[in-house]
Design a protein around this ligand. Structure first.
Ligand SMILES: [Zn+2]
Length: 282
């Protein structure tokens, strides 16, 4: 199958799309695009796999435990819905269960492990304990990624020094040449350089259409290491700001990336699709 564009990191598997995920996905396929739904904990990971199985082509999944779900502090109705089960679940936090995730990881529609990583942005009390839980869950997911030979889908916020230290200290758990992707990269140029040396690729989303502070890093990253994403339902690109984001809107991101890189939109579509297919073996 040929793709016109690809949303390398989206969440049609979350509660925000419960009513209309099928239409939302079908719109992308009808426009010639493809997408990867990204799991964030047990239920959303399983859901990402289920949705991928519903469509013969163009819809893939990654499975994993997001760092914010390793502790009790985080609950977002857009993500898990507002039900009792969601509240009970998030009140205790999740311990990464390798057996559960490995079963999901072996599904042929699963193309990566994550989103996993570190997020020190929203941390409250018990900081050191929470950081430790996040680091442990991340290392477990590095091991799984290496074992099943599917690259990491990394989420990192305000924690690049620790993240890079873990990556460098555990080279045996990185897939040589293609360890994974730093999703919605928001680190420094130096962080990007370290990750490039380790073989990582990068995705950028809606924020690049209205915040200019990413331009310098985007110009620095080689063309063969850049991908487009939406992270829908979060952070819609211009001209959809303030609305629920959708994977179809990734085309606005590609337009902007082309402008920043000084290439045609056509070229940017082609290269981002090519990169997604190479990195995730699609
Ligand atoms: Zn995400």
């Amino acid at each position: 199958m040929n793709y016109e564009f690809f949303d390398a990191h989206t969440h049609a598997n979350l509660a925000a799309f419960r009513e209309d995920y099928r239409e939302v996905v079908q719109k992308v396929l009808d426009a010639g695009g493809g997408l990867i739904n990204v799991g964030t904990q047990r239920d959303t990971s399983r859901r990402a796999v289920e949705i991928a199985r519903e469509f013969p082509e163009g819809v893939y999944a990654t499975i994993g435990l997001h760092p914010v779900h390793t502790s009790a502090s985080f609950h977002d109705e857009e993500e898990l819905g507002g039900g009792e089960a969601a509240r009970a679940f998030t009140s205790r936090g999740e311990i990464f269960d390798s057996g559960y995730y490995k079963k999901l990881a072996l599904d042929p529609k699963v193309v990566g492990i994550g989103e996993c990583g570190l997020d020190y942005y929203r941390i409250g009390n018990n900081e050191s304990e929470i950081r430790e839980r996040q680091r442990t869950a991340f290392l477990e997911q590095m091991k799984l990624s290496f074992e099943v030979k599917k690259p990491l889908m990394i989420h990192c916020r305000d924690a690049f020094d620790d993240l890079i230290t873990i990556l460098i200290s555990n080279p045996d758990f990185l897939i040589p040449g293609n360890p994974g992707v730093a999703h919605f990269f928001a680190g420094t140029k130096e962080n990007a350089e370290r990750l490039l040396e380790l073989g990582f690729s990068f995705t950028f989303g809606g924020v690049v259409t209205f915040v200019r502070s990413y331009d310098e890093v985007i110009r620095m990253i080689p063309m063969e290491r850049i991908m487009s994403e939406t992270d829908a339902p979060y952070v819609a690109p211009v001209p959809y700001r303030g609305k629920r984001n959708e994977p179809l809107y990734v085309q606005e991101v590609i337009k902007k990336l082309a402008e920043i890189k000084g290439v045609s939109e056509e070229e940017m579509r082609r290269i981002t699709v090519e990169n997604v297919r190479r990195v995730f073996k699609i």
